[in-house]
Design a protein around this ligand. Structure first.
Ligand code: NI
Length: 182
């Protein structure tokens, strides 16, 4: 089922999510919820979706990067379900990259993120996950785990003047960068 995505301004987007119990994870309804989150992420060509974005204050996020039209240059990341994620930063170096968000439609902004991290979480069947991620993968994990704390990428931006509408971003930033490489 495709779920309605909450936009910035809806209080749920600013709500810190609670942990999920093992019993909840094993319930049929929870499994259907995960399927719907994946379906919703695919429908809107997102690379990630947090439960707070679909009006549920629980620590669940899904992410996947595969030939994504919204992020054409991004390396692929397999479909991952993160429940109760705990992030440990492994490299304090901050790297700037553009981000968008399904809760902040039609905008892109330059966001500094830690380059490398470890995330420990439960998977969709309550199995323990322990993932080392870097670069764009680490960026997506930081973006989604921020959502579970009620934070959005705008909060992390160092220069609000980099904020751009999608069409202008594609024209002046992406195409400008491609032209500069020639
Ligand atoms: Ni987002």
């Amino acid at each position: 089922m495709i779920l309605k995505v909450a936009r910035l301004g809806h209080p749920i987007v600013r709500t810190a999510a609670r942990e999920v119990t093992i019993d909840e994870i094993r319930s049929h309804d929870f499994q259907l919820l995960i399927d719907s989150m994946v379906e919703t992420m695919h429908e809107y060509s997102g690379v990630g979706l947090a439960a707070t974005q679909i009006h549920l204050p629980i620590q669940v996020a899904v992410l996947e990067v595969e030939r994504n039209p919204r992020y054409p240059d991004a390396p692929s990341v397999p479909l991952t379900v993160l429940i109760n994620p705990v992030v440990t930063i492994l490299d304090n170096q901050l790297v700037d990259g553009y981000e968008g968000c399904l809760s902040i439609p039609d905008l892109r902004g330059l966001v500094p993120r830690f380059r490398r991290l470890r995330v420990q979480a439960l998977g969709r069947n309550a199995e323990p996950l322990d993932i080392i991620a870097e670069d764009f993968h680490a960026r997506v994990i930081q973006h989604e785990t921020d959502h579970l704390k009620g934070e959005v990428y705008l909060d992390r931006m160092r220069d609000m003047r980099t904020l751009a509408h999608l069409a202008e971003f594609q024209r002046y930033v992406l195409e400008g960068a491609a032209a500069a490489r020639k």
